[in-house]
Design a protein around this ligand. Structure first.
Ligand code: ARG
Length: 465
């Protein structure tokens, strides 16, 4: 028997291989809630416009509700021979309510149907990711409040650069996450238009009300061009781009956790909850969760790249290639969501070794810039000259194998006679961070007020959100 949805002109069944390459139900079954919601909105609109009877619309609505609960309960029998979610739902609807089911597809095509379903799905995903990122930010802010004045080494080139505070470091990720959330919000704004009613590609001759279905599904408006509506997947690409950038941010942080928890570095410890052991080396505490966050980034970037490549050669309008838009995106969103939750857990869990951080912050002549700044400020030396003088003083300390503040004043005066004992007070790591009071700088006072402002902002958002 040929396919009962589209097989009118067919006399043979598809080859098994045809069916295998064509079938998408294993992936698009995840769109069932959106598919049913869109069908209900469509049926109600068809009745309101007098295109189908109120009685048929009522039966269609009831039947769709039954199908929704069957799928929710896990009792729905998904059939591969029916290809995709749209035909599985419609076929079950006809079992439930008979021939009226066949009226649901009036003035609609699977092309506008799938575009609508997937927009709704991606919109839901954006809302979930946003909530997860907000929780991540909240965890970071809580730890930043706690560690606004905990001194740690700041790095450039992964070499000790200048002392910073741990809270300052954590707040850097709060800022990044805020921009990530902004990118998702932008994508959401642009995707929130309804393709429904574009039909196959050209629109329809039935007097449909696209604004009504758009409104019923929470879209801001119908899409203005039917060809565009069924054939672009830029909303997926844009959301995946936001996801990829977010994943890269998380990956950088994950990498830092891997470095910090290495026994060679030892700035941070994760509890048993976020580490794993080795089956052969009993001493091991591996930061697997952080490593996997780092690795999952590959999946997200991969999904973006794959879909860009799928789309790049497609003429308008719908092409079956576009069926490949869902699997990678769904996997990427799931990976991202898990990565955000894992990072949130680690942020709550990690324990900085404050003594080690403090000691490491002073290693590697991290306050050399403070010495140079003192020369500029107190002796009115041009910064370039101060840089040179400081370099010579660092070399002296390095030759003796001691820290800057351990170098006798006399030794410094051999390099620059005008240096006074006053310099000693800028050489400690505490005074270094304390002095960084420029806007956005690492001074504990700054960090505390930034952390408090973030806590307030996130709290307010939770109240209104
Ligand atoms: N399963 C299809 C997809 O995801 C639905 C649209 C099919 N349309 C068609 N003309 N074959 O893209």
């Amino acid at each position: 028997m040929s396919n009962k949805m589209w097989g009118g002109r067919f006399s043979e069944r598809p080859d098994a291989i045809m069916e295998e390459i064509n079938v998408s139900i294993d992936v698009d079954r995840h769109l069932y809630a959106q598919d049913i919601a869109a069908s209900k909105a469509h049926a109600a609109m068809l009745a309101a416009q007098g295109i189908i009877t109120a009685g048929d619309a009522k039966n269609i609505g009831k039947g769709l509700d039954t199908i929704l609960s069957e799928i929710d309960k896990g009792s729905f029998d998904f059939k591969r021979a029916l290809e995709d979610i749209h035909m599985n739902v419609e076929s079950r609807l006809s079992e439930l309510i008979g021939p009226a089911a066949g009226r649901l597809h009036t003035a609609r095509s699977r092309n506008d149907q799938v575009a609508t379903d997937f927009r709704l799905y991606v919109r839901d995903t954006i809302d979930e990711v946003d909530a997860a990122l907000a929780a991540f930010q909240k965890a970071l802010v809580e730890r930043a409040l706690e560690h606004a004045s905990t001194v740690m080494p700041g790095f450039t080139h992964l070499q000790t650069a200048q002392p910073v505070t741990f809270g300052h470091h954590l707040l850097a990720y709060v800022e990044m996450s805020a921009r990530d959330r902004g990118r998702f919000a932008d994508a959401r704004k642009r995707l929130n238009e309804s393709p429904l009613g574009a039909a196959a590609l050209a629109g329809t001759s039935f007097p449909i009300d696209r604004a009504a279905t758009a409104k019923a599904l929470g879209f801001d408006r119908p899409m203005a061009n039917s060809l565009d509506a069924v054939s672009d997947r830029d909303f997926v690409l844009e959301t995946l781009s936001a996801a990829a950038i977010t994943a890269v941010h998380l990956s950088r942080f994950a990498e830092e956790i891997v470095v910090w928890t290495s026994p060679l570095v030892g700035l941070v410890r994760l509890s048993d909850k976020f580490t794993t052991g080795s089956s052969i080396m009993p001493q091991k505490r591996n930061p697997d969760a952080a490593e996997l966050v780092r690795a999952k980034t590959g999946r997200v970037i991969g999904a973006l790249t794959a879909l860009l490549i799928v789309m790049k050669g497609l003429p308008l309008a719908y092409q079956k290639d576009m069926q490949e838009d869902k699997q990678g995106a769904m996997e990427a969103f799931a990976a991202l969501s898990l990565a955000i939750r894992a990072m949130t857990g680690m942020v709550r869990d990690l324990v900085p070794d404050e003594a080690r951080m403090q000691a490491a912050a002073g290693e590697g002549y991290a306050t050399a810039t403070d010495l140079a700044d003192w020369l500029v400020r107190t002796l009115r030396m041009p910064f370039r000259e101060a840089h040179h003088v400081t370099g010579r003083i660092v070399a002296l300390a390095s030759e003796r194998g001691i820290a800057l503040h351990e170098l006798p004043l006399q030794a410094m005066q051999e390099v620059e006679p005008k240096i006074t004992a006053d310099v000693l007070k800028v050489l400690s790591v505490e005074s270094s961070v304390k002095s960084r009071t420029s806007y956005g700088g690492t001074a504990p006072r700054n960090v505390l007020s930034q952390a408090k402002a973030w806590a307030k902002r996130l709290e307010k958002e939770r109240k209104w959100g």
